[in-house]
Design a protein around this ligand. Sequence first.
Ligand code: FES
Length: 107
Amino acid sequence: MTVGEGHWVAVGETNSLRQRTTNRLRVENLDILLIWHSGQFHACERACPHELADLAPGKVIGGRIHCPHHRASFDLTDGSVSPGWSCGGLIIYPVRIQDEQVWISLA
Ligand code: FES
């Protein structure tokens, strides 16, 4: 599920945030992961929709983040969960780059 656009927040410099695959961010009381994968940034909620495990240590493979707890995976583009899981999808936040800064929409 992708949230609507509207309230954009700058979260850091692109060069710095590209150094890691997964950046743990706290933005306006939300725990967010900013993921650098295949030449693009993706932002998503940090808690797994299944049983709220921390997704930060999860592997990012083929455009999906894999939960380290029970191994569900979530599409980084639309948040959809892998087949066979009854939980909802992951919240995905729109990302844009402007003036060498990464911006996330929290609307
Ligand atoms: S807590 Fe993530 S798959 Fe169960």
